[in-house]
Design a protein. Structure first.
Length: 83
């Protein structure tokens, strides 16, 4: 069981703010993964996280996307930070 609820974008009881956050995340990423469903519990925190990720991983860079992903995955493994 998840410690943080994984919200379903089709749940009719979902708040408007959470629904809007999930729709934006889905639109920008192409698919909705559980990290965004968990962050939808606090949409403002989710938006801040997305802004950070966009700045760090997708901002102005000389790396092409596959090399940026390789750097991200390497840092994850080196730091034993598995998702």
């Amino acid at each position: 069981m998840a410690r943080i609820p994984i919200l379903d974008e089709n749940d009719p009881t979902l708040s408007q703010d959470a629904r809007a956050y999930l729709q934006d995340a889905s639109r920008s990423r192409g698919k909705l993964i559980n990290i965004y469903r968990a962050m939808a519990n606090r949409p403002d925190a989710g938006r801040a996280f997305s802004a950070l990720a966009n700045t760090v991983y997708r901002g102005a860079t000389t790396l092409d996307p596959k090399h940026a992903e390789l750097a991200y995955l390497t840092a994850t493994v080196v730091n034993n930070c598995y998702y």
